[in-house]
Design a protein around this ligand. Structure first.
Ligand code: G6P
Length: 366
């Protein structure tokens, strides 16, 4: 079938708007309403093996790596297995200790990124068990892994990844639910997460409906020389991916920082000329995040907030309100406005959005 921009100026815009459908496809047939778990036959893990996992290590490059950070957090929170993510491009060169009771998860939209493939091959050579979280069916990484989960997001053409980023996070939600229900996640919490996942497509539609407002904020942002992106814990990997998008297509310098670390250095740069994009979920860190924004405002730094509830108008009136999910799943929705923010900033600056300079959709060489 042919694939075109039907009704959109760019593939990136089309793919952003395809997210509700992509998430529906990622979930289809995979949620179990009776036992409040997820069915992921391709994992090839029996319950005993799943219980024996002592650690999870996620690897990937670029946006795949950032989605892996969100994924690791979901697995640690819901399955209570220590989990972290690392760029595959670093992992493969540092002679990592490969442990038999670690579950490795390789993330790749294309399934062809050379650094990720090489990391998977090195892991397999050393007896590591590797699952693939891949979009392109039958791709090199998918074939190389012991098992995995396909995203079923459909083709992604724009170099800057959007729908596959979101779908990857959703599939991580399914994996975390699946592992959690084999381990210690209660049926009630399983139901809560499954219901939260089912609600995501409709909630993404609510965010996309605010595109005009986000475009207005993006035009302001595009006039700045760059931006800080801040968040705490669940919000931090969201900030990292948001900053990555601004760099990739708007060519603006963007640096993501844990909001808690701002005072340990970068606050020296904050002032009227440097805006901060703040990821502000209504979780137990909201008070701390608001205090950080207060410090930014005291130095007259402009703030754009992506939040569940509007912060004090003295801090900022530039807010995008995002629907609340289950706290563990909030990062998935908080990332969506940041895609539109980068897209509209790049549009305002007149850049080639689908093919940003110096970048390739998939880097299949070293
Ligand atoms: C390239 C692209 C990025 C992408 C990364 C990983 O660098 O420009 O947008 O996130 O590769 O791609 P993958 O296909 O492995 O997810």
């Amino acid at each position: 079938a042919s694939y075109d921009r039907t009704g959109h100026d760019h593939f990136m815009a089309k793919e952003i708007h395809e997210q509700p459908a992509a998430v529906e496809r990622a979930l289809r047939g995979r949620l179990d309403a009776r036992f409040h778990t997820a069915h992921l036959g391709g994992l090839n893990l029996d319950p005993r093996e799943a219980r024996a996992i002592r650690r999870v290590k996620v690897i990937g490059c670029g946006s795949a790596y950032y989605s892996g950070r969100i994924g690791a957090q979901l697995i640690e929170e819901l399955a209570r297995i220590p989990a972290d993510a690392e760029p595959a491009s670093e992992f493969r060169y540092r002679n990592p200790v490969v442990e038999p009771d670690t579950l490795y998860i390789a993330v790749s939209q294309s399934g062809e990124t050379y650094d990720t493939l090489a990391a998977v091959q090195e892991l397999r050579r050393k007896g590591g068990r590797v699952l693939g979280l891949v979009n392109v069916v039958g791709s090199a990484i998918a074939r190389e892994c012991d098992g995995g989960v396909y995203l079923h997001a459909g083709p992604e053409i724009s170099v800057a990844s959007t729908k596959t980023f979101t779908s990857t996070c959703v599939v991580f939600g399914l994996i975390a639910l699946h592992l959690g229900r084999i381990r210690d996640l209660s049926p009630a919490d399983g139901r809560r997460i499954a219901d939260g996942l089912r609600a995501l497509p409709g909630q993404i539609r609510e965010i996309l409906a605010q595109e005009d407002r986000i475009a207005e904020l993006a035009r302001k942002l595009s006039a700045a020389p760059g931006a800080f992106y801040v968040g705490r814990v669940r919000g931090y990997p969201v900030a990292r991916e948001g900053a990555q998008k601004l760099k990739e297509i708007a060519y603006l310098h963007a640096e993501a920082y844990p909001a808690s670390e701002l005072k340990h250095g970068p606050l020296a740069l904050v002032g009227p000329g440097l805006p901060t994009v703040a990821v502000l979920p209504d979780d137990d860190l909201l008070g701390k995040n608001q205090a950080t924004l207060g410090e930014i405002r005291a130095r007259r730094g402009p703030v754009i907030a992506v939040a569940h509830t509007a912060p004090d108008p003295r801090v900022t009136e530039d807010v995008v309100l995002v629907p609340r999910s289950e706290p563990e799943l909030d990062p998935i929705l908080l990332g969506v406005p940041l895609q539109l923010l980068a897209y509209h900033a790049a549009l305002a600056l007149g850049h080639d959005i689908d093919k940003p300079r110096n970048l390739a959709k998939s880097v299949t060489v070293e």
